[in-house]
Ligand binder design. Structure first.
Ligand code: JE8
Length: 252
């Protein structure tokens, strides 16, 4: 997979693309990520990328010309990229979108700044994406969030140390189970005995129960949806009945 990123702040991406899982995936050549400075696509001496908004109002708007020039330059060779624009009111990013994007051969992520991009830029955008209902100072962090969630799904990127199988959200939106590692007792807090038992069936059952319990507590709407769509196994339904009975007893 190749990802091109267009931004006025390329330096923000340095550590993200050098460290950790993403850094290793790039250095090993499993993925190709290229960050482009929008100012390199200006033609004036001062490398101007923004201007005041028509109609007045606060702040500045990113001009369309440098973005279109960059798009035309970057799409001269190779496959046409799927173009993403990060902005506060875009389509909400989630695991399903991450999976969909991870299957595309090439992405171009345009990072807005200031008050955003000129509306005419949307003519080259395939999807406007938001990472949540809060306002950030620009589109670069959202671009890194999107790249992190997408690239980890590219085959070969996650090594043996990480695993997709037990991925929370990937399993029908269920939340993950609690994790523990050594020591078995830390400041009076014990690791659950079942995890020390070596009994894999019991451990799997405990983890399933913890995942359902956590999802019921924090995302009850996910449990309701899975029930409605018949996407829970008999074992999971039985566990949920037990949890709900415990809660009723606890409330009496
Ligand atoms: C951005 C953003 C995403 C999210 C993304 C791109 C470009 C006062 N103004 C600040 C209001 C409009 C946005 C201005 C800052 N900004 C924010 C985001 C985002 N994806 N989930 N929150 N914020 C840009 C400029």
């Amino acid at each position: 997979m190749r990802i091109d990123v267009l931004t006025v702040l390329p330096g923000l991406f340095d550590c993200f693309l050098r460290e950790g899982v993403i850094g290793r995936a790039i250095s090993s050549g499993k993925v190709d990520v290229r960050v482009h400075n929008l100012r390199d696509f200006t033609t004036d001496k001062h490398r101007v990328v923004d201007d005041v908004p028509y109609g007045g109002g606060p702040g500045m708007v990113l001009k369309p010309e440098p973005i279109f020039r960059a798009y035309e330059e970057l799409t001269k060779e190779g496959e046409k990229p799927f173009v993403i624009l990060t902005e506060p009111w875009g389509e909400r990013f989630n695991q399903e979108m991450a999976k969909e994007l991870s299957e595309k051969p090439r992405l171009l992520i345009i990072c807005g700044r200031y008050e955003g991009v000129d509306e005419r830029v949307k003519a080259i955008v395939d999807r406007e994406v938001s990472i949540g209902d809060y306002v950030l100072t620009g589109g670069e962090l959202p671009a890194m969030v999107i790249m992190d969630a997408v690239l980890r799904l590219v085959p070969g990127v996650l090594g043996n140390r990480e695993s997709l199988e037990a991925d929370s959200f990937s399993d029908r939106g269920l939340l993950g189970y609690p994790n523990y590692t050594r020591p078995a007792r830390f400041r009076g807090m014990e690791v659950p005995d079942v995890l020390l038992s070596g009994h894999h069936a019991k451990i799997e059952r405990w983890r399933k129960e913890q995942s359902l319990r956590r999802t019921l507590e924090r995302r009850p709407e996910v449990i309701e949806r899975l029930k409605r769509e018949g996407l829970l196994t008999e074992e999971e339904l039985e566990i949920l009945r037990k949890i709900e009975e415990e809660r009723e007893v606890g409330e009496d």
